[in-house]
Design a protein around this ligand. Structure first.
Ligand SMILES: Nc1nc2c(ncn2[C@@H]2O[C@H](COP(=O)(O)OP(=O)(O)O)[C@@H](O)[C@H]2O)c(=O)[nH]1
Ligand SMILES: [Mg+2]
Length: 165
């Protein structure tokens, strides 16, 4: 069976590369990359792909290689850069991810609200790559093979880090 893989998208500085390291238990510091970065079951993307609609075609093309797409929303940012219902245009299992929940400046509730507009139906995980909050939940969601399986996982793991919208 093909291994499940997840692509990470989100603005420049949203925490994609730091989250990649946390998910893969790597200790190196995230460095800024201008290109796609494949490692094990993660595909990290440059923030430019999400910030500039010119690159949406790259997101679409890369999504063909993965089972899941993670939409990262930085909890310390007031705005989202994703258009409403963006996940419905990408035919892969969506996972909403709130990053930096540990920060003093984080507004987690607002970030969840933003992600619900981006992902009309799917799980949303509240994370911190520093404290490890929500990291195991993401690993488990990427093992799921359908929206129904993810929904079941969420309903049996209501630990305050994870919701289904
Ligand atoms: N407080 C906090 N800062 C984070 C977290 N994740 C990333 N950062 C910081 O956010 C900045 C951007 O992170 P990076 O992973 O390079 O973002 P990327 O551009 O999306 O790959 C860096 O200064 C990170 O140290 C987190 O969980 N909590
Ligand atoms: Mg990066």
């Amino acid at each position: 069976m093909k291994k499940n893989r997840a692509m990470l998208i989100g603005s420049i500085g949203a925490g994609k590369s730091t989250l990649t390291n946390a998910l893969l238990e790597r200790n190196e510091k995230a460095v800024k990359t201008q290109s796609l970065n494949y490692s094990d079951w993660i595909v990290d993307t440059p923030g430019e792909y999400t910030e500039n609609p010119f690159y949406y075609k790259n997101i679409m093309a890369t999504s063909l290689e993965v089972s899941h797409v993670m939409y990262l929303q930085d909890a310390t940012r007031k705005k989202t850069i994703f258009p409403p219902n963006f996940s419905t245009g990408i035919n892969k299992l969506p996972i909403g991810v709130v990053t930096k929940s540990d920060s003093d400046k984080a507004d987690v509730d607002e970030a969840v609200r933003q992600l619900k507009r981006v992902i009309p139906s799917g799980p949303i995980v509240i994370t911190s790559s520093i404290t490890g909050r929500g990291i195991q939940e993401i690993r488990n969601l990427v093992k799921c093979n359908s929206l129904i399986e993810m929904k079941e996982y969420v309903s049996t793991h209501m630990d305050g880090n994870i919701f289904f919208s």
